[in-house]
Ligand binder design. Sequence first.
Ligand SMILES: [Zn+2]
Length: 329
Amino acid sequence: MDAAFGPGLYYKHSGKFFAGGVLVALFIGLLVGLPCAWLYAWLIHWNPFIYIDALASFGFGAMIGVATESSLESHKCRNLPIAGLTALLVVLIAYYVSWAVWLHALLHLPTIPLLLHPAEMWQTILEVNKVGAWTLRGSVVNGIPLWIAWGVEAVFILGSAVFTAVQAMQQATFCEGCDLFAKSTTGICFAGAGQAPPPAEKAAFKSYQKDLKQHAAELKQHLENKDFSYAEQLGAVQPDSIAWYRFDLVSCPQCSMTNSLRVLLVQNKIEGKKVKQETTETEVLRQLLLSSTEADSLRKLGEKLVPMLPKLAEQRAARAQKAAAAAKS
Ligand SMILES: [Zn+2]
């Protein structure tokens, strides 16, 4: 189907948003972001571990991204650039504030005058850069290496805010008919991704891992053709599986006409010969539009392909219980 003439295979946001909603999102973003800026600045001032600092910078940005985007969604904004720009504006302000708080922590300068005089704040930053603010393996980090560290930190903070907001907006589906966001059900169906040889058989295992990419591409093609029998034939996830597909269905709770599908390839992390409990997720497709009949067949398929991997079976049971409780009330 040509996207210019029909709705297309994949869902796309209409781009609608309301200025009032954006203003509220900016406000909510700052309400979350400013305390985060304060916390972050003191944390990096006191904490000597660079990994924790890196994690904190990512978390600082992500909190802002999540807060801004969820506020935008609650005001029915369905626009990617707006989600990204709103998060960017909030995180720029919060980042600026975190600098003032940090300089206050480091040099005991009053925070408010720093905030009100950006030029003076900049001069202070230049001086701190000259003398350095911390040491790495016994030597003071200053000058260009310190600029690089600060640059990486800025990219982490700003990047994670924008990325988180855009990512969440990208995964949302809006039902224009009912004027509301559709609801996502994680793991409506699980399907196997072939039989993996034991990781000890290195060559065979490597080729299995390599083939997974092709395997996922084939599944994508069949799903785009709405061929669910292909997914059915992949079978249930076996008890010793180390890779499988997870289907998430986003459905309008009112009309059930607007449905979109997201499919992930989930893989256990491997360390040497050991299969770890942690998993990684690779997106196979997202926002594939499904009719209500197609969404129903996917639900039925999910009931049929009962995963034999204990942790998936548990997830599935918990979801069924929740749905039953929701249906009762
Ligand atoms: Zn609807």
